[in-house]
Ligand binder design. Structure first.
Ligand SMILES: NC(=O)c1ccc[n+]([C@@H]2O[C@H](COP(=O)([O-])OP(=O)(O)OC[C@H]3O[C@@H](n4cnc5c(N)ncnc54)[C@H](O)[C@@H]3O)[C@@H](O)[C@H]2O)c1
Length: 335
């Protein structure tokens, strides 16, 4: 069983992973990233005793972690995850799995070839209330599902720095926040495959200085006949609920994940540590058992495929629809 991890990056997501690792009784062996002062401050605060490394290559040369957690800017995901896979080390990569679908598929191929597990940080799949809605849907309590309506947005704020630089991020609010809403809709529906996406995406709608998308709407058609409306954005001036929510509309009844959010206590943490702990525990036990985790790489590939097709669709304003040629996950064959 894996007892230690290395963490790549030392920002918001890396903090959640380090706290989850410590809370799960794992040792953080090493922390990697280019800024020596930042990574040392991170080590002192969250995982004292960890080896401080400039790069993933240094982590792999100097330590032997059971799992590497990659929480660096998006464009680094592919080279860093591939380096781990080629060294035979299991990986959990933050979302998006990579910034380009072709890279994600290549990572999938390498992982199968090396017999290594790659998972992706779609951690909403581990939130108790998200799982509860998925279970209600699968038990048929809402009747035949017709549509979903979900969103992933930041209201009154948005990220800066690398998140807004296309080369480093691969896109704006869609690849950052919309991807969560896409994956949550898919999860609660029982993981259908996408067959079509229609998109309207805006750049610099809420913040004129932005050169990546900060607002948009997608309609996704799934192969079980359900359609999903997904909204995403940064700097939205209005938010009626939490930053992420999905409602499922069945023929008998409609239900949303967090219907009573106005009653939540002030200390309620939407992006809870518990999700990250459950995710890490599942990823680690899946590596030991040689099975796919709930967030195995194919989950990230399908979410990214929808994102990539949506960006392509939105560029074709005269015909904003893309038919999706199903990418068949074959993860189980490698075990
Ligand atoms: N699952 C989630 O809900 C969630 C939430 C936030 C971020 N994320 C993802 O986590 C990743 C990091 O996001 P964040 O919010 O922590 O960003 P952040 O900007 O807070 O932190 C990223 C850190 O990585 C460092 N860095 C830069 N180049 C690096 C490199 N080559 N190797 C290692 N580190 C490097 C930066 O200095 C920065 O400190 C992104 O992929 C993001 O999409 C996921």
């Amino acid at each position: 069983m894996i007892t230690d991890v290395a963490i790549v990056g030392y920002g918001w997501a890396a903090r959640m992973h380090a706290r989850a690792a410590v809370a799960n009784g794992l040792q953080v062996l090493a922390v990697a990233g280019p800024n020596q002062a930042k990574r040392q401050a991170f080590i002192d605060e969250y995982c004292s005793g960890a080896v401080s490394c400039e790069s993933v290559d240094q982590v792999l040369a100097q330590t032997a972690p059971g799992l590497v957690v990659i929480a660096s800017p998006n464009a680094n995901h592919f080279p860093q995850a591939s380096a781990c896979v080629m060294a035979g080390t299991h990986v959990l990569v933050e979302k998006p799995i990579t910034t380009r679908l072709g890279d994600a598929q290549e990572l999938y191929r390498l992982a199968r070839e090396q017999g290594v597990s790659v998972s992706v940080g779609h951690m909403w799949r581990y939130h108790d209330q998200v799982v509860a809605l998925r279970d209600r849907v699968s038990r048929g309590e809402l009747g035949r599902v017709v549509r979903t309506h979900g969103y992933g947005v930041h209201a009154k704020w948005g990220p800066s720095g690398w998140f807004t630089e296309l080369e480093k991020s691969g896109g704006g609010a869609l690849i950052d926040m919309g991807i969560h809403a896409i994956d949550t809709a898919r999860f609660v529906l029982g993981d259908p495959l996408p067959v079509r996406v229609q998109a309207s995406i805006g750049v610099g709608c809420f913040r004129e200085d932005l050169r990546v998308d900060d607002d948009g709407l997608l309609i996704i058609d799934w192969n079980n006949g359900v359609r999903s409306l997904v909204e995403f954005g940064w700097w939205q001036s209005r938010l009626e609920g939490l930053e992420a929510e999905t409602e499922v509309v069945g023929a008998l009844e409609a239900a949303q994940i967090w219907p009573n959010f106005r009653m939540f206590p002030a200390e309620y943490e939407h992006c809870s540590l518990a999700m990250y702990q459950h995710q890490l525990a599942d990823v680690i036990s899946s590596c030991a058992a040689g099975r796919a985790s709930r967030v195995s790489i194919d989950i990230g590939i399908i979410a990214l495929q929808i994102v990539e097709e949506a960006y392509a669709a939105a560029r074709m304003t005269h015909q904003p629809t893309r038919h999706i040629r199903t990418w068949e996950p074959r993860w189980h064959e490698s075990h």
